[in-house]
Design a protein around this ligand. Structure first.
Ligand code: URA
Length: 224
């Protein structure tokens, strides 16, 4: 992976770019959008798990030889930021069977325009855990800061937070990195910039609407 000290960008392989091509196509079907998102989320989570600590664990194979193995050393928790973050829960359960999953709901207040925390439910011992914070879109960074703030208030240390992210704007990366240099960001794409409506460019439209099918066409660009 490449990029800044706290930013881990997935290798921009032809395969990954072909998945991005399908999900960014405004004429694409929702079924294709969900299927390709699923594959990219798997790659993101595999890369994120690589950043966790592992212990040596040797085992004896059925032919009596020693395999010099590894075993995940970290106590873990995934925390999804409702609603888009929930799109990553199936893959996190596949990769880490039995993983605990906390939830955070943050929405922008219509009057103040500030991200407001509406709900959070986290395991009691989250302070002792490494956290995979599931939030596909990092645009202005406002809701990311609010979500990280909830984790820090619950006793999680910055170094134990991995922000698992699908698309990131340079503006959002800057905001998070400045405020929380210990938080690692794993992403599959760094976009060019934000437009006046805080959508990423070239972007993907509204991820949640496209993934969950809550808009048929228009800003999200979904036609099926
Ligand atoms: N959220 C999205 O879903 N898309 C963007 O481009 C920015 C924020």
């Amino acid at each position: 992976m490449t990029a800044g000290s706290n930013v881990y960008l997935l290798p921009q392989s032809n395969y990954l770019r072909s998945m991005h091509t399908i999900i960014r196509d405004r004429q694409g079907s929702r079924a294709d959008f969900v299927a390709c998102s699923h594959r990219i989320i798997q790659l993101l989570l595999e890369a994120s798990v690589e950043l966790l600590p592992f212990d040596k664990r040797d085992v004896t194979t059925p032919v009596g030889e020693t395999y010099l193995g590894l075993s995940l050393a970290a106590k873990l928790c995934a925390v999804s930021v409702i609603r888009a973050g929930e799109s990553m829960e199936t893959e996190v359960r596949d990769l880490l069977p039995g993983v605990r999953i906390g939830k955070i709901l943050i929405q922008r207040d219509k009057t103040t325009k500030l991200p407001t925390l509406y709900y959070s439910h986290l395991p009691d011992d989250i302070a002792e855990r490494h956290v995979l914070l599931l939030e596909p879109m990092l645009a202005t960074g406002g809701s990311a800061l609010a979500a990280i703030g909830v984790l820090l208030a619950a006793g999680v240390t910055e170094d134990n937070i991995i922000f698992v992210n699908f698309l990131a704007a340079p503006e959002g990366i800057e905001v998070v990195s400045q405020a929380h240099p210990g938080v690692r960001i794993v992403t599959s794409s760094i976009e060019d910039r934000l437009n006046d409506n805080a959508y990423m460019i070239p972007g993907i439209g509204d991820f949640g609407d496209r993934y969950f099918g809550t808009v048929d066409c228009g800003a999200s660009g979904v036609t099926a």
